[in-house]
Design a protein around this ligand. Structure first.
Ligand code: ATP
Ligand SMILES: Nc1nc2c(ncn2[C@@H]2O[C@H](COP(=O)(O)O)[C@@H](O)[C@H]2O)c(=O)[nH]1
Length: 285
């Protein structure tokens, strides 16, 4: 007997629509992903069993693509697998993971005194934990050698920063070290959080306080130096500021070091990789 290809195509279309409906229901929280998985395992011929694991996990609200990939890697499940085709150990691991409410996307603030290593630690997070996204701040200061517009900062004029302020474009902003203005673009951060990925902001104490007041659910991390002497050594060793600017920054640093209690956690930056790992562990995803 030969199958009518038109009938085969119709059945495939019906199955795709049915799978799309299951994904919609999970995304709308009408069905839990765990319920869908259990149904798939009880009914091997069901629509649920035909869902790819990626489709199921991706449908969970706020999960984000990066996190989904990471979770499947940790559960040792190939992204090509269908829910109904998982082995018993994979089912157990997926069931256990789905049974725990997945952590929501978070806004993480990394603050601390000048030259403590915020930029260095943030760069290490960028290089080694790519699922954590970063915000590109606006600044009115001039680029340093090697800094790229749109990558390290969005470099703007005073007039452009004023325009941003008048449009309420900043989640927070501050005049740092009494010289230039810096601000976190609100729309950029919100759009990343909406995809389900966490965002790390590397900002000063004034900005951290604004975030704490406006978004109490944010995680505030204070990066501290191993000692005052080491902080001065790092600032001098970096060689990017003249003597006058260094004194100004160290005066701010004294005030900032006294603010550690306002933060959710303090991480001491002795070693860059260890400090970055500690920050990521605090995020918990
Ligand atoms: N754990 C560490 N051990 C030794 N040196 C470090 C460590 N972390 C950072 N540094 C060095 O300290 C200097 C200052 O680091 P960085 O520029 O990242 O500080 P920052 O906190 O971002 O400063 P600012 O707030 O002034 O922009 C750099 O030369 C960097 O290489
Ligand atoms: N409040 C904010 N502070 C910010 C922001 N982006 C950076 N910063 C902080 O400014 C100082 C100086 O930075 P530098 O690159 O000129 O050395 C440093 O402490 C940064 O953390 C921001 O958007 N808001």
């Amino acid at each position: 007997m030969t199958l009518d290809p038109a009938l085969g195509a119709e059945a495939a279309l019906r199955a795709r629509r049915a799978r799309a409906e299951v994904k919609r229901a999970v995304h709308a929280r009408e069905r839990s992903a765990l319920h869908v998985a259990e149904h798939a395992w009880e009914h091997p011929d069901s629509v649920e069993a035909g869902l790819r694991v990626t489709e199921l996990v991706d449908a969970i609200p706020g999960i984000g693509r990066h996190r989904m990939e990471r979770v499947l890697e940790r559960l040792e499940i190939s992204p090509r697998k269908r829910v109904g085709g998982l082995g018993s150990r994979q089912r157990t691991r997926l069931r256990e993971w789905l049974d725990v409410d997945p952590a929501p996307a978070r806004l993480i603030v990394l603050a601390g005194p000048t030259a403590v290593g915020k930029g260095t630690v943030a760069q290490h997070v960028r290089d080694h934990y790519p699922w954590i996204r970063h915000s590109v701040s606006w600044t009115t200061r001039a680029p340093r050698p090697g800094e790229i517009d749109g990558v390290h900062y969005t470099f703007v004029s005073d007039a452009e920063f004023d325009e941003g302020l008048s449009e309420d474009a900043f989640l927070e902003w501050a005049k740092v070290h009494n010289s230039h203005r810096y601000g976190t673009p609100r729309a950029q951060v919100q759009s990343v959080l909406d995809t389900g990925d966490s965002v790390l902001l590397e900002i000063d104490l004034q900005g951290a306080r604004q975030i704490r007041d406006r978004m109490p659910e944010a995680l505030l991390v204070f990066l501290a130096p191993p000692s005052w002497e080491e902080l001065v050594r790092r600032l001098v060793g970096r060689g990017t500021e003249d003597e006058e600017e260094r004194s100004r920054r160290l005066a701010t640093a004294e005030v900032e070091l006294a603010s550690q209690d306002e933060f959710d956690a303090v991480v001491i930056n002795r070693d860059v990789a260890e400090a970055a790992a500690e920050v990521v562990a605090l995020i918990g995803r």
